[in-house]
Ligand binder design. Structure first.
Ligand SMILES: [Fe+2]
Ligand SMILES: [Fe+2]
Length: 282
């Protein structure tokens, strides 16, 4: 059995200090086997923000792995953005922007979905290159068949159940097909600051109908569950959603995902994994 905490969209530079302290406390008490941080550590890749993020990570139990988000490259210094976009990320967070984690029960492949430039006005959207899909497949192929396989990126692989038209990471369909071929049971992402989970395959059952146990969903055993995390510590919240992170338990080939919500004083289980749509997400 493995216990994972997925934290996302921390956004140092605009965090609630009480939530940050509460999260450090909870993760140190809970001691998961692995913490996965799915990007947007900062607001604008400023040095002071990265220092805060680094201080936060230093206080977490190990091991943890991470990917960058679109907010982790500078929107101000274009030379920096184009020439060495991930220099600060590498210095303050981790040298590898696409790490792999493996133990004798789980295998985790991380993808850097951040783009420094795009042929459109909005450069915040992410994309997966063809070479990244091939590389992920190759990494997954080298892992023993019995491992529970997980892929992590910053940008979403599946839209929220209440907004089928939401923008996904570029090549999401091709990536999901490759992940399913490779036996992946779970994808983890963030970016939208909304938590939800749904199966990648069309099975006629809406996400609500597959909810099991109060507030939990299960993926694995041939079903790929795409899981999104809300923002763990940022005050940039969407809709009516409070700060959130995901608690994931991997056991007997199944991943059970439970959302933990900040209630103003401490973290507690969400009653439903899929929140009702609040005000329009952006
Ligand atoms: Fe974000
Ligand atoms: Fe983002």
């Amino acid at each position: 059995m493995r216990r994972i905490a997925q934290i996302s969209d921390l956004h140092f530079g605009r965090t609630d200090p009480a939530v940050v302290e509460g999260l450090v406390r909870e993760l140190n008490e809970d001691r998961p086997d692995l913490i996965i941080a799915s990007g947007d550590f900062t607001m604008a890749a400023r040095r002071v923000e990265y220092r805060e993020a680094q201080h936060f990570l230093n206080r977490l139990p190990k091991p943890w792995i991470a990917v960058p988000g679109n907010h982790d490259i500078s929107p101000f210094h274009l030379m920096q953005r184009f020439v060495r976009p991930f220099a600060r990320y590498r210095r303050f967070i981790a040298a590898d922007t696409q790490p792999t984690y493996q133990d004798d029960e789980i295998g985790v492949v991380c993808l850097n979905t951040v783009r420094t430039w795009a042929p459109e006005r909005d450069w915040s959207q992410g994309k997966i290159h063809r070479w990244q899909i091939a590389g992920a497949e190759a990494r997954l192929r080298t892992m023993p068949a019995h491992l529970f396989k997980i892929v992590v990126g910053h940008h979403p692989f599946m839209p929220p159940p209440w907004d089928e038209e939401a923008r996904l990471v570029g090549r999401a369909d091709k990536a999901l097909a490759a992940f399913r071929r490779s036996g992946v049971g779970l994808t983890l992402a963030g970016h939208l600051h909304r938590h939800y989970a749904r199966f990648a395959e069309a099975d006629g059952a809406g996400p609500e109908r597959v909810a099991v146990d109060r507030g939990s969903m299960q993926g694995g055993r041939g079903r790929l569950l795409a899981v999104q995390a809300g923002s763990a510590t940022s005050t940039r919240l969407r809709g009516n959603e409070p700060n959130a992170y995901n608690r994931i338990r991997i056991e007997d080939g199944l991943a059970t995902v439970t959302v933990r919500l900040w209630n103003g004083r401490h973290w507690q289980d969400a009653e439903q994994v899929s929140p009702r749509p609040g005000r329009e997400p952006s």
